[in-house]
Ligand binder design. Sequence first.
Ligand code: COA
Length: 564
Amino acid sequence: MRILLISSAFNSLTQRVYAELGDRGHRVAVELALEEGSFGQAVYRHRPDLVIAPMLRTAIPEEVWSAHTCLIVHPGPVGDRGPSSLDRAITDGEQRWGVTVLQASGVMDAGDVWAFAECVLPPAGKSDVYRSEVSDAALTAVLLAVERFASGSFVPRPQSSGRSRPYLAQPERRIDWAADDTSTVLCKLRAADSQPGVLDDLLGGEWFLHGGHPEDDLRGLPGELVATRTGAVCRGTVDGAVWIPELRPRRRPGGPATFKLPAVQALGSRLPDVPEVPVPLRLPDGRRTWSDVRYREEGSVGLLQFSFPGGAMSTDHCRRLLSAYRFACSRPTGVLVLGGTRDFFSNGIHLNVIEAAADPAAESWANINAMDDLVEAVLRTTDRITVSALGGNASAGGVMLALAADEVWCREGVVLNPHYRLMGLYGSEFWTYSLPRRVGARQAARLLERALPVSAAAAERMGLIDRVVPAGPSEFAGEILRLAARLAALPALASRIADKKAASAAVQLVAHRERELARMRRNFFDPDEPYHALRSAFVRKVEPTGTPGHLLASGGPDLTSSRA
Ligand code: COA
Protein backbone atom coordinates (compact mmCIF):
# COMPACT_ATOMS: atom_id res chain seq x y z
CA MET A 1 0.00 0.00 0.00
CA ARG A 2 1.04 3.61 -0.45
CA ILE A 3 0.89 5.18 2.97
CA LEU A 4 1.49 8.83 3.73
CA LEU A 5 2.52 9.75 7.27
CA ILE A 6 1.57 13.27 8.27
CA SER A 7 3.22 14.36 11.47
CA SER A 8 4.07 17.55 13.35
CA ALA A 9 7.64 16.24 13.71
CA PHE A 10 9.59 13.20 12.58
CA ASN A 11 9.62 12.13 16.21
CA SER A 12 10.36 8.74 17.75
CA LEU A 13 6.87 7.31 17.15
CA THR A 14 6.69 8.59 13.57
CA GLN A 15 10.13 7.11 12.94
CA ARG A 16 9.02 3.74 14.29
CA VAL A 17 5.76 3.69 12.32
CA TYR A 18 7.74 4.65 9.21
CA ALA A 19 10.36 1.96 9.72
CA GLU A 20 7.98 -0.84 10.71
CA LEU A 21 5.44 -0.19 7.92
CA GLY A 22 8.37 -0.12 5.47
CA ASP A 23 9.55 -3.47 6.87
CA ARG A 24 6.15 -4.89 5.98
CA GLY A 25 6.50 -3.89 2.35
CA HIS A 26 4.40 -0.72 2.35
CA ARG A 27 5.60 2.28 0.38
CA VAL A 28 5.75 4.94 3.07
CA ALA A 29 6.25 8.68 2.57
CA VAL A 30 6.45 11.38 5.22
CA GLU A 31 5.28 14.98 5.20
CA LEU A 32 5.65 17.28 8.16
CA ALA A 33 2.51 19.24 8.94
CA LEU A 34 4.14 22.58 9.55
CA GLU A 35 1.82 25.07 7.92
CA GLU A 36 -1.94 25.35 7.87
CA GLY A 37 -3.15 24.33 4.44
CA SER A 38 -0.08 22.29 3.51
CA PHE A 39 -1.95 19.00 4.05
CA GLY A 40 -3.99 19.20 0.88
CA GLN A 41 -0.95 19.69 -1.35
CA ALA A 42 0.96 16.92 0.42
CA VAL A 43 -1.85 14.42 -0.01
CA TYR A 44 -2.34 15.47 -3.63
CA ARG A 45 1.39 15.01 -4.30
CA HIS A 46 1.60 11.50 -2.86
CA ARG A 47 -1.81 10.11 -3.85
CA PRO A 48 -1.72 7.65 -0.94
CA ASP A 49 -4.10 4.75 -0.33
CA LEU A 50 -4.09 5.66 3.34
CA VAL A 51 -3.01 8.63 5.48
CA ILE A 52 -1.77 8.05 9.03
CA ALA A 53 -0.99 10.79 11.54
CA PRO A 54 1.26 9.30 14.28
CA MET A 55 1.73 12.64 16.09
CA LEU A 56 -0.30 15.60 14.93
CA ARG A 57 -0.85 18.80 16.88
CA THR A 58 -3.25 20.36 14.36
CA ALA A 59 -6.55 19.25 12.85
CA ILE A 60 -6.73 17.64 9.41
CA PRO A 61 -8.85 19.86 7.15
CA GLU A 62 -12.22 18.59 5.94
CA GLU A 63 -11.24 18.55 2.27
CA VAL A 64 -8.55 16.00 3.15
CA TRP A 65 -10.40 13.70 5.56
CA SER A 66 -13.55 13.70 3.46
CA ALA A 67 -11.61 12.53 0.38
CA HIS A 68 -9.12 10.09 2.00
CA THR A 69 -9.19 7.75 4.96
CA CYS A 70 -7.01 9.52 7.53
CA LEU A 71 -6.13 7.64 10.71
CA ILE A 72 -5.11 9.54 13.84
CA VAL A 73 -2.98 7.90 16.54
CA HIS A 74 -4.30 9.13 19.88
CA PRO A 75 -2.27 8.29 23.01
CA GLY A 76 -5.31 7.52 25.13
CA PRO A 77 -8.10 4.96 25.45
CA VAL A 78 -11.30 5.06 23.40
CA GLY A 79 -13.36 8.10 24.37
CA ASP A 80 -10.42 10.02 25.81
CA ARG A 81 -9.89 13.32 23.97
CA GLY A 82 -7.61 16.32 24.19
CA PRO A 83 -4.02 17.41 23.69
CA SER A 84 -2.58 16.36 27.09
CA SER A 85 -3.84 12.79 27.40
CA LEU A 86 -0.66 11.20 28.62
CA ASP A 87 0.24 14.12 30.89
CA ARG A 88 -3.16 13.87 32.56
CA ALA A 89 -3.03 10.08 32.85
CA ILE A 90 0.29 10.32 34.70
CA THR A 91 -0.90 13.22 36.85
CA ASP A 92 -3.98 11.19 37.80
CA GLY A 93 -1.84 8.19 38.71
CA GLU A 94 -3.44 5.90 36.08
CA GLN A 95 -1.81 2.47 35.97
CA ARG A 96 -3.29 1.27 32.69
CA TRP A 97 -3.68 3.34 29.57
CA GLY A 98 -3.79 2.72 25.84
CA VAL A 99 -3.59 4.01 22.31
CA THR A 100 -6.53 4.44 19.93
CA VAL A 101 -6.35 4.70 16.17
CA LEU A 102 -9.36 6.65 14.99
CA GLN A 103 -10.58 8.17 11.79
CA ALA A 104 -10.18 11.91 11.35
CA SER A 105 -13.49 13.74 11.36
CA GLY A 106 -14.92 17.17 12.12
CA VAL A 107 -14.36 16.86 15.88
CA MET A 108 -10.85 16.27 17.30
CA ASP A 109 -10.36 12.69 18.56
CA ALA A 110 -14.06 11.90 18.12
CA GLY A 111 -13.92 9.84 14.91
CA ASP A 112 -14.71 6.16 14.41
CA VAL A 113 -12.36 3.68 16.01
CA TRP A 114 -10.18 1.44 13.80
CA ALA A 115 -8.11 -0.15 16.55
CA PHE A 116 -7.17 0.09 20.20
CA ALA A 117 -4.29 -1.40 22.19
CA GLU A 118 -3.89 -1.31 25.95
CA CYS A 119 -0.66 -0.73 27.88
CA VAL A 120 0.56 -0.31 31.43
CA LEU A 121 1.74 3.06 32.74
CA PRO A 122 4.82 2.45 34.92
CA PRO A 123 6.17 5.09 37.30
CA ALA A 124 8.42 6.78 34.75
CA GLY A 125 8.70 10.09 32.93
CA LYS A 126 6.16 10.87 30.20
CA SER A 127 8.58 10.87 27.28
CA ASP A 128 10.15 7.61 28.45
CA VAL A 129 6.68 6.00 28.62
CA TYR A 130 5.80 7.55 25.25
CA ARG A 131 8.88 6.01 23.64
CA SER A 132 8.33 2.68 25.40
CA GLU A 133 4.91 1.29 26.48
CA VAL A 134 2.88 3.82 24.49
CA SER A 135 5.02 3.31 21.40
CA ASP A 136 4.53 -0.48 21.64
CA ALA A 137 0.76 -0.08 22.01
CA ALA A 138 0.67 2.47 19.16
CA LEU A 139 2.42 0.07 16.80
CA THR A 140 0.07 -2.77 17.74
CA ALA A 141 -2.92 -0.54 17.06
CA VAL A 142 -1.51 0.99 13.84
CA LEU A 143 -0.58 -2.38 12.35
CA LEU A 144 -4.02 -3.76 13.18
CA ALA A 145 -5.73 -0.70 11.69
CA VAL A 146 -3.65 -0.98 8.49
CA GLU A 147 -4.52 -4.67 8.21
CA ARG A 148 -8.20 -3.89 8.72
CA PHE A 149 -8.09 -1.12 6.15
CA ALA A 150 -6.35 -3.41 3.67
CA SER A 151 -9.04 -6.06 4.16
CA GLY A 152 -11.55 -3.62 2.64
CA SER A 153 -14.35 -5.07 4.74
CA PHE A 154 -13.74 -3.67 8.20
CA VAL A 155 -16.23 -1.10 9.44
CA PRO A 156 -14.78 1.21 12.11
CA ARG A 157 -16.82 1.53 15.28
CA PRO A 158 -18.36 4.91 16.18
CA GLN A 159 -17.51 6.19 19.65
CA SER A 160 -20.57 6.12 21.87
CA SER A 161 -19.31 8.84 24.21
CA GLY A 162 -16.20 10.89 24.87
CA ARG A 163 -14.49 13.03 27.47
CA SER A 164 -12.50 15.98 26.17
CA ARG A 165 -9.96 17.36 28.60
CA PRO A 166 -8.11 20.65 28.03
CA TYR A 167 -4.40 21.26 27.62
CA LEU A 168 -2.56 20.82 30.92
CA ALA A 169 -1.19 24.31 31.45
CA GLN A 170 1.50 25.39 33.92
CA PRO A 171 -0.85 26.67 36.70
CA GLU A 172 -2.28 23.14 37.01
CA ARG A 173 1.18 21.57 36.91
CA ARG A 174 2.61 23.84 39.60
CA ILE A 175 4.13 22.16 42.65
CA ASP A 176 2.96 23.42 46.05
CA TRP A 177 6.11 22.53 47.98
CA ALA A 178 4.42 23.29 51.31
CA ALA A 179 1.53 20.90 50.68
CA ASP A 180 2.34 18.31 47.99
CA ASP A 181 3.73 15.04 49.28
CA THR A 182 6.59 13.26 47.51
CA SER A 183 4.35 11.07 45.37
CA THR A 184 2.38 14.10 44.16
CA VAL A 185 5.59 15.99 43.38
CA LEU A 186 6.91 12.99 41.45
CA CYS A 187 3.64 12.63 39.49
CA LYS A 188 3.81 16.30 38.50
CA LEU A 189 7.45 16.08 37.48
CA ARG A 190 6.95 12.85 35.53
CA ALA A 191 3.86 14.18 33.74
CA ALA A 192 5.89 17.13 32.44
CA ASP A 193 9.06 15.25 31.54
CA SER A 194 10.71 15.88 29.21
CA GLN A 195 8.42 18.62 27.92
CA PRO A 196 7.26 21.16 28.97
CA GLY A 197 8.81 20.75 32.45
CA VAL A 198 7.26 22.19 35.62
CA LEU A 199 7.63 25.95 36.03
CA ASP A 200 8.91 26.84 39.47
CA ASP A 201 10.71 29.54 41.47
CA LEU A 202 14.17 28.62 42.69
CA LEU A 203 17.00 30.72 44.08
CA GLY A 204 15.53 33.97 42.79
CA GLY A 205 14.91 32.70 39.26
CA GLU A 206 12.15 31.02 37.28
CA TRP A 207 12.99 27.56 35.99
CA PHE A 208 11.36 24.63 34.30
CA LEU A 209 12.15 21.48 36.27
CA HIS A 210 12.86 18.42 34.12
CA GLY A 211 12.84 14.87 35.47
CA GLY A 212 11.93 13.59 38.92
CA HIS A 213 13.22 10.62 40.91
CA PRO A 214 12.56 9.46 44.47
CA GLU A 215 15.12 9.76 47.29
CA ASP A 216 14.84 7.55 50.38
CA ASP A 217 17.48 8.99 52.69
CA LEU A 218 18.13 12.72 52.37
CA ARG A 219 15.76 15.17 53.99
CA GLY A 220 15.35 18.97 53.96
CA LEU A 221 12.82 21.77 54.17
CA PRO A 222 10.13 21.54 51.47
CA GLY A 223 11.40 23.01 48.18
CA GLU A 224 14.87 23.65 49.53
CA LEU A 225 18.01 22.35 47.86
CA VAL A 226 19.61 19.75 50.07
CA ALA A 227 22.29 18.10 47.92
CA THR A 228 23.78 17.63 44.48
CA ARG A 229 24.88 14.46 42.72
CA THR A 230 26.68 14.31 39.38
CA GLY A 231 24.88 17.38 38.04
CA ALA A 232 21.42 16.74 39.53
CA VAL A 233 19.89 18.57 42.52
CA CYS A 234 17.95 17.09 45.41
CA ARG A 235 15.06 19.10 46.92
CA GLY A 236 13.17 18.46 50.11
CA THR A 237 9.43 17.74 50.16
CA VAL A 238 6.97 17.68 53.08
CA ASP A 239 7.67 13.98 53.60
CA GLY A 240 10.94 13.22 51.85
CA ALA A 241 13.01 14.48 48.93
CA VAL A 242 13.27 14.21 45.14
CA TRP A 243 16.09 14.35 42.59
CA ILE A 244 15.77 16.69 39.61
CA PRO A 245 18.43 16.09 36.93
CA GLU A 246 17.85 19.06 34.59
CA LEU A 247 16.65 22.68 34.61
CA ARG A 248 15.77 25.17 31.90
CA PRO A 249 15.53 28.90 32.62
CA ARG A 250 12.24 30.54 31.69
CA ARG A 251 12.57 32.44 28.44
CA ARG A 252 12.50 36.20 28.93
CA PRO A 253 9.95 38.10 26.79
CA GLY A 254 11.72 38.84 23.52
CA GLY A 255 14.77 36.90 24.71
CA PRO A 256 16.39 33.92 22.99
CA ALA A 257 14.98 30.41 23.36
CA THR A 258 16.37 28.60 26.40
CA PHE A 259 17.32 24.94 26.67
CA LYS A 260 17.79 22.26 29.30
CA LEU A 261 21.07 21.66 31.09
CA PRO A 262 22.21 19.48 33.97
CA ALA A 263 20.72 21.28 36.99
CA VAL A 264 24.03 22.13 38.67
CA GLN A 265 25.39 23.63 35.48
CA ALA A 266 22.18 25.59 34.86
CA LEU A 267 22.23 27.11 38.36
CA GLY A 268 25.93 28.01 38.11
CA SER A 269 26.99 30.51 40.74
CA ARG A 270 23.46 30.64 42.21
CA LEU A 271 23.97 27.18 43.66
CA PRO A 272 24.17 27.43 47.47
CA ASP A 273 26.70 25.54 49.51
CA VAL A 274 25.07 22.08 49.58
CA PRO A 275 26.96 18.81 49.79
CA GLU A 276 27.71 16.61 46.79
CA VAL A 277 26.33 13.26 47.96
CA PRO A 278 27.69 10.35 45.92
CA VAL A 279 26.26 6.84 45.84
CA PRO A 280 28.21 3.65 45.33
CA LEU A 281 28.24 2.23 41.81
CA ARG A 282 26.83 -0.96 43.29
CA LEU A 283 23.74 0.32 45.04
CA PRO A 284 22.66 -1.75 48.06
CA ASP A 285 19.43 -3.72 47.51
CA GLY A 286 16.34 -1.84 48.56
CA ARG A 287 17.76 1.68 48.20
CA ARG A 288 15.58 4.12 46.27
CA THR A 289 17.70 6.94 45.04
CA TRP A 290 18.82 8.42 41.74
CA SER A 291 22.06 7.70 39.95
CA ASP A 292 22.82 7.67 36.24
CA VAL A 293 25.43 4.87 36.27
CA ARG A 294 25.03 1.59 38.16
CA TYR A 295 26.72 -1.78 38.23
CA ARG A 296 25.44 -5.14 39.36
CA GLU A 297 26.61 -8.68 39.06
CA GLU A 298 24.81 -11.98 38.79
CA GLY A 299 27.07 -15.02 38.69
CA SER A 300 29.59 -14.47 35.94
CA VAL A 301 27.58 -11.67 34.30
CA GLY A 302 28.30 -8.00 34.96
CA LEU A 303 25.62 -5.43 34.07
CA LEU A 304 26.74 -1.82 33.68
CA GLN A 305 23.60 0.27 33.42
CA PHE A 306 23.50 3.92 32.46
CA SER A 307 20.72 6.34 31.73
CA PHE A 308 21.29 9.95 30.67
CA PRO A 309 18.41 12.34 29.95
CA GLY A 310 17.67 12.40 26.21
CA GLY A 311 20.46 9.85 25.73
CA ALA A 312 22.90 12.76 25.54
CA MET A 313 26.39 12.05 26.86
CA SER A 314 28.50 15.01 27.97
CA THR A 315 32.26 14.89 28.56
CA ASP A 316 31.55 14.29 32.24
CA HIS A 317 29.03 11.49 31.51
CA CYS A 318 31.52 9.76 29.20
CA ARG A 319 34.37 10.00 31.71
CA ARG A 320 32.28 8.70 34.59
CA LEU A 321 30.95 5.86 32.47
CA LEU A 322 34.49 4.99 31.36
CA SER A 323 35.66 4.87 34.95
CA ALA A 324 32.69 2.61 35.82
CA TYR A 325 33.50 0.47 32.77
CA ARG A 326 37.08 0.03 34.02
CA PHE A 327 35.73 -1.02 37.39
CA ALA A 328 33.40 -3.52 35.69
CA CYS A 329 36.38 -4.89 33.76
CA SER A 330 38.24 -5.46 37.03
CA ARG A 331 35.54 -7.90 38.14
CA PRO A 332 35.74 -11.64 37.55
CA THR A 333 32.97 -11.92 34.96
CA GLY A 334 32.89 -13.71 31.61
CA VAL A 335 30.18 -11.52 30.05
CA LEU A 336 29.83 -7.79 30.55
CA VAL A 337 26.56 -6.16 29.47
CA LEU A 338 26.34 -2.44 28.79
CA GLY A 339 22.93 -0.81 29.01
CA GLY A 340 19.81 -2.85 29.69
CA THR A 341 17.79 0.13 30.92
CA ARG A 342 14.53 1.59 29.67
CA ASP A 343 14.43 4.32 27.05
CA PHE A 344 17.37 5.81 25.10
CA PHE A 345 20.63 3.87 25.05
CA SER A 346 22.64 6.84 23.79
CA ASN A 347 22.30 9.67 21.29
CA GLY A 348 25.98 10.60 21.23
CA ILE A 349 27.68 13.78 22.39
CA HIS A 350 25.71 16.26 24.50
CA LEU A 351 24.68 19.03 22.15
CA ASN A 352 23.07 21.19 24.88
CA VAL A 353 26.12 21.16 27.14
CA ILE A 354 28.25 21.98 24.10
CA GLU A 355 25.96 24.82 23.10
CA ALA A 356 26.16 26.32 26.61
CA ALA A 357 29.96 26.13 26.77
CA ALA A 358 32.07 29.27 26.56
CA ASP A 359 33.90 27.66 23.63
CA PRO A 360 31.54 25.18 21.93
CA ALA A 361 34.19 23.98 19.46
CA ALA A 362 36.60 23.13 22.30
CA GLU A 363 33.81 21.45 24.27
CA SER A 364 32.77 19.44 21.20
CA TRP A 365 36.37 18.30 20.89
CA ALA A 366 36.59 17.33 24.56
CA ASN A 367 33.26 15.51 24.34
CA ILE A 368 34.11 13.49 21.23
CA ASN A 369 37.49 12.52 22.68
CA ALA A 370 35.84 11.40 25.92
CA MET A 371 33.31 9.41 23.89
CA ASP A 372 36.08 7.86 21.78
CA ASP A 373 38.02 6.92 24.94
CA LEU A 374 34.96 5.04 26.17
CA VAL A 375 34.31 3.32 22.83
CA GLU A 376 37.98 2.42 22.50
CA ALA A 377 37.97 0.84 25.97
CA VAL A 378 35.06 -1.38 24.90
CA LEU A 379 36.75 -2.28 21.61
CA ARG A 380 39.99 -3.13 23.44
CA THR A 381 38.35 -5.45 25.95
CA THR A 382 39.78 -8.87 25.16
CA ASP A 383 39.34 -10.83 28.37
CA ARG A 384 35.54 -11.24 28.30
CA ILE A 385 32.57 -11.03 25.92
CA THR A 386 30.87 -7.65 25.84
CA VAL A 387 27.20 -7.13 24.96
CA SER A 388 25.36 -3.86 24.27
CA ALA A 389 21.74 -4.20 25.36
CA LEU A 390 19.48 -1.48 23.95
CA GLY A 391 16.16 -1.19 25.76
CA GLY A 392 15.42 1.99 23.80
CA ASN A 393 16.51 3.96 20.77
CA ALA A 394 20.00 5.08 19.83
CA SER A 395 21.42 7.43 17.26
CA ALA A 396 24.66 8.73 15.78
CA GLY A 397 27.61 8.10 18.13
CA GLY A 398 25.24 6.27 20.48
CA VAL A 399 24.72 3.56 17.87
CA MET A 400 28.47 3.33 17.30
CA LEU A 401 29.04 2.99 21.06
CA ALA A 402 26.69 -0.01 20.96
CA LEU A 403 28.50 -1.52 17.97
CA ALA A 404 31.80 -1.51 19.89
CA ALA A 405 30.62 -4.54 21.85
CA ASP A 406 30.96 -8.10 20.59
CA GLU A 407 27.20 -8.53 20.46
CA VAL A 408 24.38 -6.01 20.13
CA TRP A 409 20.94 -6.93 21.42
CA CYS A 410 17.95 -4.65 20.92
CA ARG A 411 14.54 -4.72 22.48
CA GLU A 412 11.81 -5.27 19.89
CA GLY A 413 10.56 -1.84 18.86
CA VAL A 414 13.90 -0.07 19.14
CA VAL A 415 14.69 2.40 16.36
CA LEU A 416 18.28 3.10 15.35
CA ASN A 417 19.57 6.17 13.52
CA PRO A 418 23.09 5.12 12.48
CA HIS A 419 24.16 8.38 10.83
CA TYR A 420 25.64 11.80 11.60
CA ARG A 421 25.09 14.03 8.62
CA LEU A 422 21.89 15.69 9.84
CA MET A 423 24.08 17.34 12.49
CA GLY A 424 26.71 18.27 9.89
CA LEU A 425 29.25 15.81 11.29
CA TYR A 426 31.56 13.25 9.72
CA GLY A 427 31.30 11.19 12.88
CA SER A 428 33.75 9.31 15.06
CA GLU A 429 33.35 6.65 17.78
CA PHE A 430 35.27 4.26 15.49
CA TRP A 431 32.35 4.00 13.07
CA THR A 432 34.77 3.58 10.16
CA TYR A 433 35.77 0.29 11.80
CA SER A 434 32.54 -0.91 13.45
CA LEU A 435 29.93 -0.12 10.83
CA PRO A 436 31.51 -1.75 7.74
CA ARG A 437 32.65 -4.64 9.92
CA ARG A 438 29.02 -5.41 10.61
CA VAL A 439 27.14 -4.51 7.43
CA GLY A 440 29.77 -4.19 4.71
CA ALA A 441 31.10 -1.01 3.13
CA ARG A 442 28.23 -0.44 0.72
CA GLN A 443 25.47 -0.77 3.27
CA ALA A 444 27.47 1.37 5.73
CA ALA A 445 27.72 4.15 3.16
CA ARG A 446 24.02 3.83 2.40
CA LEU A 447 22.98 4.03 6.05
CA LEU A 448 25.08 7.14 6.55
CA GLU A 449 23.91 8.83 3.37
CA ARG A 450 20.19 8.08 3.62
CA ALA A 451 20.08 9.15 7.27
CA LEU A 452 16.84 7.26 7.91
CA PRO A 453 15.66 5.32 10.95
CA VAL A 454 16.05 1.55 10.96
CA SER A 455 13.87 -0.81 12.99
CA ALA A 456 15.46 -3.44 15.23
CA ALA A 457 14.15 -6.16 12.91
CA ALA A 458 15.69 -4.56 9.81
CA ALA A 459 18.92 -3.94 11.73
CA GLU A 460 19.09 -7.63 12.58
CA ARG A 461 18.41 -8.66 8.99
CA MET A 462 21.27 -6.52 7.68
CA GLY A 463 23.69 -7.68 10.39
CA LEU A 464 23.86 -4.34 12.19
CA ILE A 465 22.71 -6.02 15.41
CA ASP A 466 22.75 -9.64 16.54
CA ARG A 467 19.52 -10.20 18.37
CA VAL A 468 16.02 -8.75 18.75
CA VAL A 469 14.73 -9.33 22.26
CA PRO A 470 10.95 -9.61 22.57
CA ALA A 471 10.33 -8.12 26.02
CA GLY A 472 8.35 -5.28 27.51
CA PRO A 473 10.31 -2.14 28.49
CA SER A 474 10.23 -2.98 32.19
CA GLU A 475 11.04 -6.66 31.68
CA PHE A 476 14.00 -5.98 29.41
CA ALA A 477 16.74 -5.88 32.08
CA GLY A 478 15.59 -9.22 33.56
CA GLU A 479 15.44 -10.85 30.13
CA ILE A 480 18.91 -9.51 29.27
CA LEU A 481 20.36 -10.98 32.46
CA ARG A 482 18.81 -14.35 31.62
CA LEU A 483 20.21 -14.32 28.08
CA ALA A 484 23.62 -13.12 29.27
CA ALA A 485 23.76 -15.90 31.88
CA ARG A 486 23.06 -18.42 29.10
CA LEU A 487 25.87 -16.91 27.03
CA ALA A 488 28.25 -16.99 30.00
CA ALA A 489 27.46 -20.66 30.58
CA LEU A 490 28.31 -21.77 27.03
CA PRO A 491 31.21 -24.25 27.03
CA ALA A 492 32.65 -22.42 24.01
CA LEU A 493 32.94 -19.10 25.87
CA ALA A 494 36.61 -19.48 26.79
CA SER A 495 37.68 -20.33 23.23
CA ARG A 496 35.58 -17.47 21.89
CA ILE A 497 37.38 -15.06 24.23
CA ALA A 498 40.76 -16.50 23.18
CA ASP A 499 39.88 -16.08 19.48
CA LYS A 500 38.80 -12.53 20.11
CA LYS A 501 42.06 -11.72 21.85
CA ALA A 502 44.10 -13.23 19.00
CA ALA A 503 42.16 -11.29 16.34
CA SER A 504 42.41 -7.97 18.17
CA ALA A 505 46.14 -7.56 17.50
CA ALA A 506 45.50 -7.07 13.78
CA VAL A 507 43.05 -4.17 14.20
CA GLN A 508 44.46 -0.68 13.59
CA LEU A 509 42.21 1.18 15.98
CA VAL A 510 44.56 4.15 16.38
CA ALA A 511 44.51 4.83 12.65
CA HIS A 512 40.69 4.76 12.57
CA ARG A 513 40.49 7.18 15.46
CA GLU A 514 43.03 9.59 14.01
CA ARG A 515 41.38 9.67 10.59
CA GLU A 516 37.92 10.25 12.02
CA LEU A 517 39.08 12.93 14.44
CA ALA A 518 40.93 14.82 11.72
CA ARG A 519 37.58 15.22 9.93
CA MET A 520 35.74 16.03 13.15
CA ARG A 521 38.30 18.70 14.04
CA ARG A 522 37.37 20.50 10.83
CA ASN A 523 33.65 20.11 11.60
CA PHE A 524 34.14 21.65 15.04
CA PHE A 525 36.76 24.34 14.51
CA ASP A 526 35.96 25.70 11.05
CA PRO A 527 33.30 28.40 11.69
CA ASP A 528 31.88 27.90 8.19
CA GLU A 529 30.96 24.28 8.86
CA PRO A 530 27.18 23.74 9.17
CA TYR A 531 27.49 21.92 12.52
CA HIS A 532 27.29 25.06 14.68
CA ALA A 533 24.07 26.37 13.11
CA LEU A 534 22.51 22.89 13.03
CA ARG A 535 23.37 22.32 16.69
CA SER A 536 22.01 25.69 17.73
CA ALA A 537 18.71 25.01 15.90
CA PHE A 538 18.49 21.50 17.40
CA VAL A 539 18.92 22.52 21.03
CA ARG A 540 16.54 25.48 20.64
CA LYS A 541 14.00 23.27 18.86
CA VAL A 542 13.72 25.54 15.83
CA GLU A 543 11.06 24.05 13.54
CA PRO A 544 12.21 23.20 10.03
CA THR A 545 10.64 25.36 7.33
CA GLY A 546 9.58 22.31 5.36
CA THR A 547 9.81 18.53 5.26
CA PRO A 548 13.56 17.79 5.27
CA GLY A 549 14.93 16.70 1.91
CA HIS A 550 16.12 13.29 3.09
CA LEU A 551 12.55 12.38 4.05
CA LEU A 552 11.02 13.65 0.82
CA ALA A 553 13.58 11.76 -1.21
CA SER A 554 13.17 8.53 0.70
CA GLY A 555 9.78 7.28 -0.48
CA GLY A 556 9.96 4.50 2.10
CA PRO A 557 12.66 2.44 3.70
CA ASP A 558 13.99 -0.62 1.95
CA LEU A 559 17.04 -1.16 4.09
CA THR A 560 16.18 -4.73 4.71
CA SER A 561 18.68 -6.45 2.52
CA SER A 562 21.33 -8.60 4.09
CA ARG A 563 25.05 -7.77 4.21
CA ALA A 564 26.03 -5.80 1.08
N1 COA B 1 22.39 16.10 22.79
C1 COA B 1 21.50 16.76 23.56
N2 COA B 1 20.20 16.44 23.61
C2 COA B 1 19.78 15.43 22.84
C3 COA B 1 20.64 14.70 22.01
C4 COA B 1 22.00 15.06 22.00
N3 COA B 1 22.90 14.39 21.29
N4 COA B 1 19.93 13.76 21.37
C5 COA B 1 18.66 13.88 21.80
N5 COA B 1 18.56 14.89 22.68
C6 COA B 1 17.37 15.34 23.40
C7 COA B 1 16.43 16.13 22.51
O1 COA B 1 16.76 17.51 22.50
C8 COA B 1 15.11 15.89 23.18
O2 COA B 1 15.00 16.75 24.29
P1 COA B 1 13.58 17.03 24.98
O3 COA B 1 13.25 15.81 25.71
O4 COA B 1 13.87 18.18 25.84
O5 COA B 1 12.61 17.34 23.91
C9 COA B 1 15.25 14.46 23.72
O6 COA B 1 16.64 14.20 23.77
C10 COA B 1 14.61 13.46 22.80
O7 COA B 1 15.03 13.73 21.49
P2 COA B 1 14.02 13.98 20.32
O8 COA B 1 14.77 14.62 19.20
O9 COA B 1 12.77 14.64 20.78
O10 COA B 1 13.70 12.47 20.03
P3 COA B 1 13.33 11.80 18.69
O11 COA B 1 13.04 10.38 19.02
O12 COA B 1 12.31 12.60 17.99
O13 COA B 1 14.68 11.87 17.80
C11 COA B 1 17.07 11.61 17.53
C12 COA B 1 15.80 11.16 18.25
C13 COA B 1 18.20 10.91 18.21
C14 COA B 1 16.99 11.23 16.06
C15 COA B 1 17.29 13.14 17.63
O14 COA B 1 17.16 13.51 18.99
C16 COA B 1 18.67 13.57 17.18
O15 COA B 1 18.88 13.75 16.00
N6 COA B 1 19.62 13.76 18.14
C17 COA B 1 20.95 14.23 17.84
C18 COA B 1 21.87 13.09 17.51
C19 COA B 1 23.24 13.61 17.19
O16 COA B 1 23.44 14.24 16.18
N7 COA B 1 24.19 13.41 18.11
C20 COA B 1 25.46 14.04 18.00
C21 COA B 1 26.41 13.35 17.13
S1 COA B 1 27.19 11.99 17.94
